[in-house]
Write a protein that binds this ligand. Sequence first.
Ligand code: ICJ
Length: 302
Amino acid sequence: RKKEIIMKRKLEDSAREVHTPQLLEEQERLIATLIEAHRKTYDASYSDFSQFRPPKRGDGSPECRNATNPFLMSLLNSDMDELPKASASGAEAAAGDELSMLPHLADLVSYSIQKVIGFAKMIPGFKELCTEDQISLLKASAIEIIILRSNESFTMEDNSWTCGSNEFKYQIGDVMQAGHKLELLEPLVKFQVNMKKLDLHEAEHVLLMAICLFSPDRPGVQDRCRVEEVQEHLTETLRAYIACRHPLSCKHMLYTKMVEKLTELRSLNEEHSKQYLQISQDAVNKEDLPPLLLEVFGNPTA
Ligand code: ICJ
């Protein structure tokens, strides 16, 4: 009789958990920690961007509409009647050049990798992993987390990443001038649009980045169990958060949709690896790619 009562109460308890999950105090603290970690590593004023090598666009400017005659164009458009020195200015004028955006975007990505590392170090459980596993996780997820965090600057108004002034507004064409093919950029922009439509809370956004980082199936990870444990704790927290904080009308399938985003990121990552290899081989100026970028994405000449 007594046993029955206890059993009944247990069943009721678990039923209540399913229908009205609670955000435990510990989960609340975890979310607060992640939000603070993100705020400390994501500067929404984008004021550091002017320190990157400047963007070079070959868009509508006269020099570039006539990319086949850069020298002629620069003479016609200036008061000079002589070419300054060898090919220097000609090369500058031909900003429609392939890879003309590479130095700027490579600096942006290298800078972002540093920020992602700073974010990772503040996630409970990351520092407790051995250094080798920390490196494996970061190498595999860096581009995915950058794609996720970049959603904050993405706007559906004109499908661009807008980071302050026009100089730091990035459109598909700009990324093509970093050597990427439309095949990759189309899904990248689609991803950003669909992400934007999910209209995530900051808590959900930062949890998704942390969940992405703690993927136990990345190559080279030794202590898969530890990584999985942390990831499960994060996903549990995300489910609980959505269940009790997200308005009923929009939480429908939200968790599932977020997990789907992680799958899409894997395929973007895979395609990025291929195109990165190509770009890093094509880059004539090896200085175009900062050392951190070479270390994280791979150095084909090493
Ligand atoms: O960290 O939100 O691997 C954030 C901070 C801001 C701005 C921002 C935008 C990200 C963008 C837009 C952040 C421009 C093009 C970027 C894209 C994310 C990845 C993409 C930087 C970074 C790159 C050009 C990558 C290629 C690089 C390459 C230079 C080696 C494009 C392939 C992505 C699948």
